[in-house]
Design a protein around this ligand. Sequence first.
Ligand code: FES
Length: 557
Amino acid sequence: MRRILRSNFKPGTPNWAGRRAQWRALGLSDEDMEKPKIAIINSSSELAICFSHLDGIAAKVKEAIRAAGGLPFEVRTAAPSDFITNAGRGGGYILPTRDLIVNDIEVQVEGALLDGMICLASCDKTTPGQLMAAGRLNIPTIVVICGYQQSGTYRGQHMDIEEVFLKSSFVASGGVSLAEITEMADNAVRSPGVCAGMGTANSMHIVCEALGMSLPGSAPVLANSPKMMGHVREAGQRIVQMVWDDYKPRDIMTAESFANAAMVVLALSASINTVKHLQAIAMECECDVDVYDLFARYADKIPLLAAIRPTGEGLIEDLEAAGGTRAVMKRLEGLLHCNARTVTGQNVGEVLNDVQIANEKVIHTVLNPVSKPPSLVIVKGSLLPGGGIVRLGGPSERTMRFTGPANIFHSREEAMEAIGRGEVKPGQVVVLRGIGVKGGPGLAMTSSVVFALDGAGLIDKVAVVTEGQLSGLVNRGLVVGEASPEAMEGGPLGLVDNGDPISIDVDKRVVNLDVPEETLAKRREEQRQFGKTGERGWLSIYQRTVQPVHKGAVLFK
Ligand code: FES
């Protein structure tokens, strides 16, 4: 016997009558109104290529849901694109839009008491926002991976949008001309979908599959390919059965599945943004797991199995062709929690049973990896009691220990101008503060500072500690990102003065401020102020409610 759906209101009640009047006018039948009601979460707009194809995908999902006996409703949400909506307020809107999406989904799906969700995952913040909403609402959900874009070529060489972003940092110093960067930009993107390479978008798509929230074989995938469309149809059919079975996200996203996702991130040197997003998703699931501890626990155990750009020269297409997330998980099978469940109803062990690795040169074995662990390290210490993240990537000449005097900046623009004027000197630790989730507000993107240091020939000669987020990867130098707690939160970062010695030891996982406690006590009395004040609108609400980045930067305690 089928269960009673929460969306089927008692006939004759005010909610039933008002909704019936509306939905009859929309052309729905009595039979329709008894069906499982599925939201298709379409986080898109006309502003960016990342999600320009989602309307077409939504139409296909609707067909599949109807064919399976469900009733689809497309629901639109806010839709940030890192390369488009980063222009205003110093990039401050990007991360806060993740949380806007969560609340957008809550008010529409929970407000209407729908029975299930298909979420269309695309640009960086859409996937974590949708997974957070799935954890919060805990109604049957499948996340459909909407795929990556085709990259282009520039003078016979591979050219993608991340490369354009990196090379744009060389324009100011004359290393790249305006004509060259224009030609690169004009040829970098060839079709809809998310940025190519192991940036945050593809990383989060992979995380989604590793968590069990997407159909196996979903990520990475070329946008609009027959393979992607196959998963779209399958997800539309499967979600209806999941609703009847009342099979929910918290049955799937457990401590074991978060551990699995952390291992896959380490095996691929995926984006550091995955760490805070996984923490935020776990908190929305009310799952008692410290994701930072998970990464610390597995950092020395999980080697790099595939070197995809920007970690290596492999393309995201190569990873897909070699078997994608499933194949990486097959390599890790002996280490994973194979009892963790997936949206298919099967557990991870069952999913991995017949998986083959199609290209041994792309996805290495644990015993013969691309490089030894770790690819990503959580560092803590007297400067960063909450933690910071170092993305090491693959084999490199990277500095692992650094001690030097602080050279402090309070915006990326201030730092880049100082680099341009030659005011950053070899031996210094560049500190970027007052720009975290609260100070920004919204966690400024600080990769451009790292790229500018690289362009100025300083990346091997300085270290960086930034409250901001990082995208892309420079395979040299020592950069600690997402330093927490931030100065505006009262963290030790706010007590640093120019010239103070800071020591970083990645092997020992520490970042210390080497200043006597009595000096710091006097500075605490000064009650220093950091970050922007006088914000209005959404960023003001965000600034007043956001939690530290090492707690996922969620908007509740
Ligand atoms: Fe949208 Fe990169 S800007 S995926």
